[in-house]
Design a protein around this ligand. Sequence first.
Ligand SMILES: Nc1ncnc2c1ncn2[C@@H]1O[C@H](COP(=O)(O)OP(=O)(O)OP(=O)(O)O)[C@@H](O)[C@H]1O
Ligand SMILES: [Mg+2]
Length: 246
Amino acid sequence: MTLRFGGVAALQDVSLEVRAGELISVIGPNGAGKTSLFNCICGLYRPQRGRVVLDGRDITRASPDAIARMGVARTFQNLELFRGMTVLDNLLLGCHRHFRTPVWEVAVWSRRAREEEIRQRERAEAILEFLELQAYRDRPVAALPHGVQKVVELGRALTSQPRLLLLDEPSAGLVAEEKDELKYRLQDARRVFGLTVVLVEHDLRMVMDLSERVVVLDHGEVIAQGPPEVVQRDPKVVEAYLGVGA
Ligand SMILES: Nc1ncnc2c1ncn2[C@@H]1O[C@H](COP(=O)(O)OP(=O)(O)OP(=O)(O)O)[C@@H](O)[C@H]1O
Ligand SMILES: [Mg+2]
C-alpha cells in the first residue's frame, strides 16, 4: 500500500502478510506509519495505491463498519472509550456489530431481539471475567486508572469476537507490572479465542516476548522483517531507533 498526505508518504509500498493464528508486531520510530497502516486495514484511511485483502476478499473500499462485521477489531493509541459510560456498557458497544435483529423487531421487542440482547450480555460478562474486570463493571470509565482503561479497551475489542485484532500501543502508559499482566492476558486471549494479532508497540521487551515475526517500518517503508531476535540485531533497525548516522 501507498498512502500519502500531501507531500508526506505515511506508507510507501508497504507489503505485509499475517497468517491465521499468528501474532506479529509492527514497530518503528514515531511517525513511521504504524497507526496509518491500521487505519488503512480498518477502512478509516483509503490508500492511494495497493489493496487490503482479508481471507482472499478485497476490503480496500469497504466501510469501517463492514470491516468490523467481517471480524476485524482494533484498539486505539489514545483511548477511545465512552468515558461517561460504565465498563459493562462500553463492552456491550463492542457487541454492536453482531446485532442482526431488524430495527422493527427491536422496536416491538420481539423474542429474537430479547435473545440477542441476552447473548450479548453473556458475552460481555464472560469477557469481564476473563479480564478480571468484574470489580469495575458498573463504574464509569472516566473514574478508572489509566491501566484499567487500557484493559477495558482490550475488552471492548474482544467482545466483538474478532478474528483479527489490531492493537495500537496497548502498553503505553502502563507500569512494568501492568505490562507483564497485559502480556499474559494477550497470550491467554490468543489461545482461548483463536485470535490473529497485529501488535504495534514501543516496548521492545514485550515485542520480543510475544511476537513470532516483527516488521519494522521507518518513514513509511518496511526496512526489516523476520524473527524478533534477528530483527533486533539488524543494523538498519538499530540505526532507525538510535538515529546513528542521522
Ligand atoms: N490524518 C493525517 N493527516 C495528515 N498526516 C497524517 C495523518 N495521519 C498520519 N499522518 C502522517 O503520516 C505519518 C505517519 O503517521 P502515523 O501516525 O501513522 O505514525 P506512527 O508510526 O503511528 O507514529 P507514533 O509512534 O508516533 O504513533 C506522519 O508523518 C504523520 O504526520
Ligand atoms: Mg501511532
